[in-house]
Design a binder for this molecule. Structure first.
Ligand SMILES: [Zn+2]
Length: 336
C-alpha cells in the first residue's frame, strides 16, 4: 500500500545558526532546507525576522505540488520554553526573552505551530528517524555551545515536572570547579562543551603555548568570537597539535564521567551522542565512550550501547517538524 506523504516545516533555532527545513514526516526525509547565522547580537526582532525569512526560503525551495498541505511548523529553540503558549521564555544564546514565536509564525504562515527546546526536538528526531529507532528508553546527549540531553522513556520524550529534565550539562562533575554560565560551579558544560574547549585552548595560547591555532586564536579574540569551529579543531588534531589534542582529551574524559553517571542512574537501552564536535572529532567520541565504560558500574558499562546520532545537522529540524506534526494530529508508529 502506498503511504500518503505528509509534510511539516522544522526550524532549529540555535545560538550559532538557524536552520529551516521542509520534512516529509512519513519518512523523515529533508525535502529542502535553508540556513544562516542566527546573529543573536542583533536583537529579538532580527532573530524572528530571520526565522521567517529562512522558513519562507525552505518552503519555496521545496517546490511541493500546489495541492500539498503543510501540516504544521515546529521549532526547537535553544532556551527555556513555554510549550503550551509557544513562547521562548529565556534564551541567553539567542538574545531572546519572552518571544511569542508560536504566534509570530502562526500569523505569518497560518498553520499550527509547536515550540520546543532544541535538544528535546533533536532527541525526538533521533528517536523517530535516527539512531534511536528501536530503543524505548534512551538518552540523547548533544555537545555544542553547551551540553544538553533529551530523555526518551517508554518511547516518549520525558520532560519532567517543570519541563527541564535532561539538563545533563549542569550536572556537577567537579565540586567547587569552574564557573558555569548557569551561575553554578563545576558543571559538565564548563568542562566538555565546545565553548569550554575553546576557552581552554585560548587561555593556554594566551599564556604562550604553541599551537597550530595560534594565528586563529588572535583572530578569534579580536572578533570577539567565542567558538572555534569543530572542523578547525578536528584539523588541528589531525596535524597532531599537542595543545588541542590535550584539551579535547580532557573534555572527552569529563564527558565520559557524565555519561557514566547517566548509565548508572538511568540504565538506559542506549545513549546517543550528537552535535557538531562529536561528529567532527573521532578522538572526542572515542575517548568519551572509553571513559564512560571504565567509569560506570560493570553491569551498565558492558550492556549500554553508545551510538553516534545519525541525522547529523538535521536532527533538530526533523524532530521539530515531527513534534509539530504530532501536535497537529499525525500519528507516528511508536517505539514502545
Ligand atoms: Zn551550569
Amino acid at each position: 500500500m502506498l503511504k500518503q506523504k505528509a509534510y511539516a516545516l522544522g526550524i532549529d533555532l540555535g545560538g550559532t545558526k538557524t536552520l529551516a527545513a521542509v520534512i516529509d514526516v512519513t519518512t523523515g526525509e529533508v525535502v529542502a532546507s535553508a540556513r544562516k547565522r542566527t546573529r543573536a547580537e542583533r536583537g529579538q526582532d532580527f532573530v524572528s525576522q530571520r526565522t521567517i525569512e529562512l522558513a519562507t526560503a525552505a518552503i519555496n525551495a521545496a517546490q511541493l505540488p500546489p495541492e500539498t498541505v503543510m501540516l504544521a511548523i515546529g521549532v526547537g529553540a535553544a532556551g527555556q520554553i513555554d510549550r503550551k503558549a509557544g513562547i521562548v521564555l529565556d534564551a541567553p544564546n539567542l538574545g531572546v526573552r519572552n518571544m511569542a514565536l508560536g504566534d509570530i509564525l502562526h500569523q505569518q504562515f497560518n498553520v499550527p505551530v509547536s515550540v520546543g527546546n532544541d535538544v528535546e526536538v533533536a532527541a525526538l528526531g533521533e528517536s523517530l528517524y535516527g539512531a534511536g529507532r528501536g530503543y524505548t528508553n534512551f538518552v540523547c546527549v548533544f555537545v555544542g555551545t553547551g551540553i544538553g540531553s533529551g530523555i526518551v522513556q517508554n518511547g516518549r520524550m520525558y520532560t519532567g515536572l517543570t519541563g527541564t529534565a535532561g539538563e545533563i550539562g549542569h550536572m556537577t562533575i567537579q565540586a567547587g570547579g569552574r564557573i558555569c554560565g548557569c551561575g553554578s560551579r563545576g558543571c559538565l558544560e564548563a568542562y566538555a562543551s565546545r565553548t569550554a574547549m575553546t576557552r581552554a585552548i585560548l587561555a593556554e595560547i594566551h599564556h604562550g603555548r604553541q599551537s597550530v591555532l595560534s594565528d586563529d586564536a588572535a583572530r578569534l579574540l579580536k572578533d570577539g568570537d567565542t567558538i572555534i569551529r569543530s572542523g578547525v579543531l578536528a584539523s588541528a588534531i589531525q596535524q597532531r597539535d599537542e595543545l588541542v589534542t590535550e584539551v579535547v582529551t580532557d573534555a572527552a574524559d569529563y564527558l565520559g564521567y557524565g555519561l557514566a553517571s547517566v548509565m548508572n542512574f538511568y540504565n538506559p537501552d542506549g545513549i546517543i551522542l550528537g552535535g557538531g564536535v562529536i561528529e567532527a572529532i573521532d578522538l572526542l567520541f572515542e575517548t568519551a565512550v572509553h571513559r564512560a565504560r571504565t567509569a560506570s558500574l560493570a553491569a551498565s558499562a558492558r550492556k549500554t550501547p553508545i551510538l553516534r546520532a545519525r541525522l547529523g545537522d538535521f536532527s533538530g529540524v526533523v524532530g521539530a517538524a515531527c513534534l509539530a506534526a504530532q501536535a497537529a494530529g499525525y500519528a507516528f508508529p511508536t517505539n514502545a
